[in-house]
Design a protein around this ligand. Structure first.
Ligand code: LLP
Length: 404
């Protein structure tokens, strides 16, 4: 957290100034933090020289994608829209992978036409459709096959993807069956094994288990994969003093995996690149006092940031101006939407705050704006990029006229 003279700053711009200049609620991103996250990620995994494909679903703003491209990352996309955005941000097709359980034929054709690096397929039906397109175009298409390693990511249940009861990937049996079946295909070239066991993973142990499964299956298959796509999922610290994923340990695990399997590693990180680089600046509309707690009613709501309502996620909420007065009473930060789950955070006590004060919801750079909606017919917030002392509107605030 960066306070200067008791004022909250994003790089060299205060939250107060952003609120005054652009209104609230507003998403703000720090250019520097994104840059540092990318450097840090690259540095930690330098010894395995991976292809790092930013997971566009976590933040698909075109300006953010351009920054990601500038610092050398590729893209992991899950829809035609994301693929078009990645290309528009000048990310090279040979650095783009396409994931997802339900790509339509139109999406497959589009991706094939753009000559992206890989389509990571998740079912036999999808391979059949790709084969048909390839046959028609007289092409051989490179694909990855997603394995469901039946590994527990030990994260929130709603963001786990690698257990056999989840819809993602193929079971070991089906995976091996497809490898043999399509080995001699004239139109399909299986060059990648992909896995992704979940998001916000805080320990290297689930990754260790996942790598063990992957290694065992590769040995069994006697197949040589040019790429191993390990997905994303690297967790970030949403709460003060919470554990942190140890990148060095994960890197070490991959290094020893690569001794047995000589493949190029692909990563698909989203949250770890942009999560802590985003802030949602909001204004307090009212403070409703009851005997047991104070409801702090904000002008942002679950339509702007759904993570707390949907996953029970906790995001720190900090005042834009610090003071020394402490109110020893429970505070519940809520939005104005007509749903009980429109609630951001409970805190045991808080500094003195008033109606019209500005507060900052932290770590909302990933899965924030991308999951926003017009529920209750509320316009979506603006997005601002801060770089040192400069501010730039990267998405205009939606106007009611555009949604009514
Ligand atoms: N690769 C695949 C195949 C994925 O499904 C995902 C995320 C990623 C990469 C990126 O994962 P990350 O590095 O960001 O953890 N909306 C939820 C998270 C959903 C994640 C979906 N898949 C949230 O707000 O926590």
């Amino acid at each position: 957290m960066k306070y200067k003279k008791r004022q909250f700053y994003i790089e060299n711009v205060s939250a107060e100034r952003i609120a005054r200049k652009f209104g609230t609620p507003t998403y703000v991103y720090s250019y520097d933090k994104i840059k540092n996250n990318i450097y840090n990620f690259k540095k930690n995994f330098k010894s395995i020289n991976p292809l790092i494909c930013f997971s566009v679903k976590s933040n698909s703003n075109l300006n953010i994608l351009s920054i990601v491209n500038k610092f050398g990352l590729g893209a992991d996309v899950v829809s035609k829209g994301e693929l078009i955005s990645a290309l528009k941000a000048k990310i090279k097709p040979e650095k783009i992978v396409f994931s997802g359980v339900g790509k339509t034929i139109d999406e497959l054709k589009f991706a094939i036409n753009k000559k992206i690096l890989l389509i990571n397929v998740e079912s036999e039906n999808e391979i059949i459709e790709i084969e048909k397109i390839a046959k028609k175009n007289k092409k051989k298409i490179n694909i990855g096959v997603r394995l469901n390693p039946n590994t527990d990511a030990k994260t929130l249940k709603k963001i786990s993807t690698g257990k056999k009861e989840n819809k993602f990937g193929l079971t070991e049996k089906k995976f091996l069956e497809l490898l043999y079946k399509y080995k001699k295909s004239k139109f399909i070239n299986i060059i990648c094994l992909s896995v992704h066991i979940g998001s916000q993973i805080m320990s290297h142990i689930p990754y260790k288990n996942m790598l063990n499964v992957v290694n065992r299956i590769i040995q069994k298959s006697k197949f040589k994969f040019k790429y191993i796509d390990l997905g994303g999922g690297m967790g970030i610290q949403y709460e003060n003093n919470s554990n942190k994923l140890n990148y060095a340990k994960y890197n070490k695990l991959i290094k020893s995996f690569l001794k047995k399997n000589n493949s190029k590693i692909i990563f698909e990180p989203g949250r770890s690149i942009v999560g802590n680089a985003g802030y949602l600046i909001s204004k307090i509309i009212y403070i409703k006092k009851t005997n047991s707690k104070n409801f702090v009613i904000l002008d942002s709501a679950m339509n702007d940031l759904i993570r707390p309502a949907l996953y029970g996620a906790k995001h720190r909420i900090v005042p834009s101006k610090l003071n020394k007065a402490k109110i020893l009473k429970k505070h519940e930060f809520v939005g104005p939407i007509c749903e009980t789950t429109d609630k951001f955070l409970n805190v045991a006590n808080y500094q003195k705050i008033n109606q019209k004060d500005i507060i900052v919801i932290c770590d909302v750079g990933a899965y924030g704006m991308v999951l926003s909606s017009n529920y209750n017919l509320r316009p979506k917030p603006a997005e601002i990029l801060v770089n040192n002392i400069s501010t730039k509107i990267i998405t205009k605030r939606q106007k009611l006229i555009n949604i009514i």
